[in-house]
Design a binder for this molecule. Structure first.
Ligand code: DI6
Ligand code: FE
Length: 408
């Protein structure tokens, strides 16, 4: 755990954002937060601060706007190399699917990741993580999926764990061994899925490296039947599942994932009404990834109005990855979720706090400012929560209390 100063004491002169204390909670103009032993001990109107806390050390919030710590619930943060060449080729007319079928795409990042040592992968991931942390991120999901063999998938997941320890940030790992077919399995997709399900996943889970299991279910990824096989392996190990679903086409992945009680279905540009109904019944979160939508110049918007109507919780994440979403700004994703997907600002904010927590199974400890939970909150030098989405591409440099420490 890094040696940042403790945040214990009474934080005063805060303006609490609406919903910071949970669904439908109101904004509080003159708020205080008490942190004790790294946890929230009290939160409310300063005028009502219990006398037992009155003598504790003070931290002046200088009128900052306060939100819960942000959560980036879908990232591929650990990988080698970069793919700017493919970006240029796409600008010249090639499609993402064409590049993938021609041996580029995910597999090109697999080559670069396999060629990198664990320490090199860690060093590459550190500045990426720091960029997110500077924007108030307090919890992050990190997927494997650029190794596609046991040793290299393990290296990615170990780096994800190391990042969490080195930066005092909550990290949830997702094993994404079924991300693409590695070249050595060309034409043997079933053999690879057998290897993922029977060998790789059990081994990595036994090492404590896997918090959830994800699959890239897509025409250029894995079929519905292959996805289900991986989900069954996850179920045998008691691990929750999530899915890259209906990004480029409607494969019916969301309904399958919902049957396995998935934490989330992510992308979902082509999600059907049946998929929405299944997610609603299962309580599965819809994770919106406007960075990938923008970067691929997609025009098929996720069915936001229908999701809203059905009451499916919507989260927003960066999907940081070298192929389709190289962004490291969750606030930019807030902007895009509002401008491209027509979320309201409060919806977008819930999407990077409460609903993002649920997408990671962290709803009891993250995503709101609640007594007894770890102290994760952000002090923004802003007047209005709409500014979180408004300052297009700017970074408002907040103060951050992360896991009970004053992290920046
Ligand atoms: N997430 C993914 O896993 C894929 N697309 C996405 O949005 C592939 C990312 C890549 O091209 O490396
Ligand atoms: Fe992704």
């Amino acid at each position: 755990m890094p040696a940042w100063p403790s945040a214990d004491g009474v934080w005063t002169d805060l303006r609490l954002a609406p919903e910071a204390l949970g669904p439908d909670s109101a904004a509080i103009a003159q708020a205080a937060i008490v942190v004790n032993a790294g946890q929230i001990a009290w939160v409310g109107q300063h005028a009502e601060l219990p006398t037992e806390h009155a003598q504790k050390p003070r931290h002046d919030g200088h009128g900052a706007l306060v939100t819960p710590g942000l959560i980036d619930c879908h990232t591929h943060l650990v990988y080698g190399g970069q793919r700017a060449n493919e970006f240029a080729m796409r600008l010249a007319g090639a499609s993402y699917e064409e590049l993938a079928r021609a041996g580029g795409g995910i597999v090109s990042s697999v080559r670069a990741t396999r060629a990198s040592s664990e320490d090199e992968l860690f060093a590459l991931a550190v500045p990426r993580l720091q960029a997110l942390l500077q924007e108030g991120v307090c919890a992050i999901e990190i997927k494997s999926g650029y190794g596609l063999n046991l040793a290299s998938e393990r290296a990615q997941l170990r780096v994800a764990r190391r990042l969490g320890e080195a930066f005092g940030v909550t990290v949830r790992t997702s094993f994404l061994g079924a991300h693409a077919l590695p070249p050595e399995y060309a034409g043997r997709s079933q053999d690879y899925i057998d290897h993922v399900s029977h060998d790789m996943l059990p081994a990595l889970a036994a090492e404590g490296l896997v918090d959830a299991v994800d699959v890239y279910c897509e025409r250029i990824g894995f079929s519905l039947a292959e996805t289900e096989q991986v989900f069954q392996a996850a179920q045998r190990l008691g691990l929750p599942v999530k899915l890259h679903a209906e990004q480029l086409s409607d494969m019916g992945g969301a309904a399958l994932a919902a049957r396995y009680g998935a934490l989330s279905c992510d992308h979902i540009e082509h999600l059907s009404d049946a998929g929405i109904a299944a997610m609603r019944t299962a309580g599965t979160v819809a994770v919106l990834l406007p960075g990938a939508y923008y970067f691929l110049r997609d025009t098929h918007c996720p069915p936001i109005a229908a999701l809203r109507e059905a009451g499916v919780p919507m989260a927003v994440a960066t999907d940081h990855n070298p192929g389709t979403s190289p962004t490291l700004s969750l606030l930019l994703m807030l902007n895009m979720a509002c401008t491209l997907f027509r979320l309201t600002v409060p919806e977008a904010l819930a999407g990077v706090t409460r609903h993002a927590a649920r997408a990671l199974g962290l709803q009891d400890s993250h995503g709101q400012i609640a007594v007894g939970q770890p102290a994760n909150f952000v002090l923004w030098p802003l007047q209005d929560i709409a500014e979180l989405a408004y300052w297009l591409g700017q970074r408002p440099a907040p103060r951050v209390v992360r896991q009970g420490r004053i992290a920046n």
